[in-house]
Design a protein around this ligand. Structure first.
Ligand SMILES: *Cc1c(COP(=O)(O)O)cnc(C)c1O
Length: 425
């Protein structure tokens, strides 16, 4: 499609956008009496307007029933988490029994590594990203130390080639082959948080498993952003958070995928709690852990219902739309934003910024990372002062995410307008 860099054209795109009404379901931070250009849904998604009422419902039921709310509440707390199995399975491409909503993301990464990183003398190495998200780095490093090993001898980091910004699939596969028999685990962010690069999860999963390793994905930036087929790709495990593209509120509940062949293996070691135990006998409080034959068996505690109430509102919205329609809009929205930024760049040949996110739509989701040479922070501060909420990453990257569930084509245009005046000033 031929794009044009003008406001009316952006408005035309909005009026033919089938998802435009969903914008009204979210609360936007304000700037000078108008909605901000909110491009940080990759960090914290906006609040769905229904969140307050959903929270109130649980508070009311708690007040009304006390402990009886476990069974008497409108959405009984005892089985609250079960409401997420079906919708989450559709978001990540899994069977309902393979997913569960629980804990925080980093907690879940640890729980998954307890099961899927069990080093032996021969097989102990982990392939991960160089410059992985800090929490993932710390989780990996301390798991290794926990097993009495040295992170420098265990962690094999993947980096872009010199002069490139993203990691080539062929290089990942080559590294996997090189590590070979020593490879215990591959754990990578499915969408890189810094560059927005989407990895070829199918190919990498297959390559890792061919060497006899487990392959897991951190989908913090993937869930609710890009199409996923975790079951189809035969992924061993995956974890994500719900407060980025899934709009479930700060620090809200994480999600986990465990392949059904592992769910059906009660002998697979794990750290357990009562909520992972067979439901029929859970309250007999007997000795001996008997895991539910689903991803639920990795649950430790009973569900944090207050956080989950907001998660439910957000997930219901996503379910109403479906990943297919969301991705369709996302492709167009990101392309239009890229086009608008290109227009600014073309008009100012001396302006020193470049988009380091892959230009191939199959290798990115709803994020563009702009590498700014020179006065990057100044440029970023100008954007902030003029009603754009974006994200600054040291040393010199501005991350922006046009999120299809609530951002508009006009937001993209407005962003480029402010960027243009920033460059001119
Ligand atoms: C956002 C993010 C996290 C955050 O972890 P929490 O445990 O939810 O605080 C971890 N890893 C990646 C890759 C992320 O993008």
């Amino acid at each position: 499609m031929d794009f044009r860099w003008d406001k009316n054209f952006a408005k035309e795109l909005d009026s033919s956008d089938e998802l435009r009404a969903y914008r009204e379901d979210f609360i936007f931070p304000q700037h000078d009496g108008n909605n901000c250009v909110y491009f940080t849904g990759n960090s914290l998604g906006l609040q769905p307007k229904g969140a307050k009422a959903a929270l109130q419902q649980e508070l009311d039921d708690w007040g009304k029933y006390g402990v009886e709310g476990h069974f008497e509440a409108k959405n009984p707390w005892f089985s609250y988490h079960e409401m997420f199995a079906d919708p989450l399975s559709k978001i990540v491409g899994a069977k309902p029994s393979e997913v569960v909503a629980m804990n925080g993301l980093t907690t879940n990464l640890h729980l998954m590594m307890v099961s899927f990183y069990r080093p032996t003398k021969e097989r102990f190495k982990i392939i991960c990203e160089g410059k992985a998200f800090p929490s993932d780095q710390y989780a990996l490093e301390t798991q290794v130390i926990h097993h009495g090993l040295n992170p420098n001898e265990v962690l094999v980091e993947l980096d872009p080639r010199k002069g490139e910004h993203t990691i080539r699939t062929e290089d990942v596969v080559a590294t996997i082959k090189e590590v070979g028999d020593e490879l215990a685990l591959v754990m990578i962010g499915g969408v890189n948080y810094y560059t927005g690069q989407v990895f070829d999860m199918k190919t990498i999963t297959k390559a890792g498993q061919e060497q006899g390793a487990y392959v897991g994905w951190d989908l913090a930036h993937g869930a609710g952003n890009i199409p996923l087929e975790l079951h189809e790709w035969n992924v061993d495990f995956a974890c994500w958070c719900s407060y980025k593209y899934l709009n479930s509120g700060p620090g809200s509940i994480s999600g986990v995928f465990v392949n059904e062949r592992h769910c059906n293996n009660p002998d697979l070691p794990r750290f357990a709690g009562w909520w992972g135990h067979d439901k029929e006998t859970r309250f007999l409080m007997e000795k001996g852990f008997n895991p539910i034959r689903s991803a639920e068996s990795w649950q430790l505690s009973n569900a944090p219902v207050l956080a989950m109430a907001v998660h439910k509102v957000a997930i219901d919205l996503h379910s109403k739309i479906g990943m297919k329609a969301l991705r369709k809009k996302s492709l167009k929205l990101t392309s239009y934003l890229e086009f608008c930024i290109q227009q600014v760049s073309d008009r100012h040949p001396n302006a020193t910024f470049e988009i380091i996110t892959p230009s191939n739509p199959n290798e990115r989701g709803a994020q563009l990372s702009i590498l700014v040479h020179g006065k990057g922070k100044q440029l970023f501060d100008y954007l902030t002062k003029n009603g754009v909420i974006a994200d600054w990453r040291e040393p010199n990257v501005i991350r922006i995410a046009p999120v299809p569930i609530y951002n508009s084509f006009e937001d993209c245009y407005r962003f480029s307008e402010v960027l243009n005046s920033a460059v001119e000033s």
